[in-house]
Design a protein around this ligand. Sequence first.
Ligand code: NDP
Length: 264
Amino acid sequence: MKNLFAIFGNPVSHSKSPLMHNLSFKGLGYDGCYARYRLENGEELRNKFLSLGLKGINITVPHKEYAYAACDVLDSFAQKVGVVNTIVKKDGKLYGYNTDAPGFLKAISEFSNIKSVLFLGAGGTAQSTAVILKDEGYDVTVLNRSKGRLEKFKESGFKTFTFETFKNESSYDLVINMTSAGLEDDSLPAPKEILKNVIPKSQACVDVIYGKETPFLKLAKSYDKPVKDGSDMLLYQGIIAFEYFTNKQYTFDEIKIEMQKAFI
Ligand code: NDP
């Protein structure tokens, strides 16, 4: 019988994950099938997972915190950040992992000599990626539109600013859009006056949004900065999730060859 997997979220119709994983199952000869499931109520995540007879799932917006709560066992990083995007069932227990953060870390590894990083945004994605970057020795500062979401970062020792308190003389090696600004609109993640100060002083700019050139990346390009969108992060989080799904029987590079066909 096939091993069944799915992505849970709301919405999920746009998700590339079914294509990424199904191409990899086929290419590697693994007996698996990956579907999408629109889950409205995150509190039902565990019961749905079990009643659908699944072996593993990925979780997307807005259920990553519910996914954390649904697990029996958490790996140490997921435990630390409180956000889970991959669950695998083993011996009747649900094991939770976060693959977004290591996926992001790998995606920015092509930029060398980066020490200081400015995050624009303080949502769930910023939360896990800020922690992994800090663990790796990067100096992360978080700038957010509103104050509320910055509290958690402050408690964890990050430097935090709102648009009103930000100091324009500051400079950062890498500036990263961690917001959804530009995803479905033409907005910038921070006021132009701030971006016009930090972008020229940076070495490169990154956006976690994928599949389009956001106003943020357009602005960065106008200053001749190297730019990168969120496609590699998506690919790498998928490869790491696939390793968990298949109990590490394929290497990262073997999976990458198949999974990247979803991006052609
Ligand atoms: P959340 O909803 O948790 O957080 C959204 C953040 O964006 C908040 O900090 C919010 O600020 C800010 N924000 C939203 N709109 C604007 C705006 N117009 N101007 C300024 N700030 C804004 O989102 P997630 O962290 O889950 O996702 C963030 C982004 O990451 C999304 O675009 C998502 O598509 C992308 N993503 C990409 C992945 C990949 O693999 N490439 C994986 C996961 C996510 P405030 O607190 O003031 O509301």
